[in-house]
Design a protein around this ligand. Structure first.
Ligand SMILES: C[S@@+](CC[C@H](N)C(=O)[O-])C[C@H]1O[C@@H](n2cnc3c(N)ncnc32)[C@H](O)[C@@H]1O
Length: 203
């Protein structure tokens, strides 16, 4: 299909999409917020006073939602892309997998954190196999980072793609956390292989 036809299809799909309309109405920067909302309703992630890291946060709807739900907490959002300021959150522009940025995160919190969210997705190449591996690698580095900075009773939530990297992600999660769940929210497009892994309690 020609490239401009693909983008026209995408624009039409966005216009029809209920979650896109709802996100605009409610002032969120992305429809992705409704996936997090469903995850939160099911797994009770947010509480007042908690500290939270949002990995791959741009354009910022997850951080907007976290900032609304958490009173008197500490929220850090990081992305390789610029994130417009969100009240009561601290933003870093940088590659999360780079240890210098991981050190910046550790320095910001000083102590362990309660929740790590990752909606990180690698740039798509058009090859689903390659894309699933690259996004899987991001999830695995987020799990490795959790071992260093997440409270023993902390919660880890990450986007995954049901594909080539799935077994490696589950293996890494099982060697790090006591409880692991896989959940696909309604707001995650049916045709997408996207799902989420929710982990609790560091081993
Ligand atoms: C699906 S978007 C996140 C949407 C976001 N949760 C929201 O609600 O607005 C995925 C993001 O992951 C970011 N990303 C990918 N690799 C990254 C990395 N290594 N470090 C930081 N961010 C990364 C991308 O720049 C992109 O903005």
């Amino acid at each position: 299909m020609p490239k401009n036809k693909i983008s026209k299809n995408w624009i039409n799909k966005q216009r029809r999409d209920l979650y896109v309309r709802m996100s605009k109405k409610e002032g969120y920067r992305s429809r992705a917020v409704f996936k997090l909302k469903e995850i939160d309703e099911k797994y009770k992630i947010f509480k007042n006073g908690i500290s939270l890291i949002d990995l791959g946060a741009a354009p910022g709807s997850w951080s907007q939602y976290a900032a609304k739900k958490i009173k008197n907490g500490k929220i850090l959002s990081i992305d390789t892309q610029h994130i417009e300021q969100i009240e009561n959150t601290f933003q870093i522009v940088g590659d999360f997998t780079d240890t210098s940025y991981q050190n910046k995160i550790k320095n910001y919190f000083k102590n362990k954190v309660d929740v790590i969210l990752s909606d990180m997705a690698a740039n798509t190449t058009g090859n689903k196999y390659v894309d699933s591996i690259s996004t899987g690698e991001l999830c695995i580095s987020a799990i490795e980072f959790s071992r260093e900075i997440l409270n023993s009773k902390g919660i880890f939530v990450s986007k995954i793609f049901m594909g080539a990297a799935f077994n490696d992600i589950v293996k890494e999660a099982k060697s790090t956390f006591k409880e692991i769940r896989i959940y696909k929210p309604q707001a995650s497009r049916k045709e997408s292989k996207e799902s989420f892994i929710i982990c609790k309690n560091i081993l």
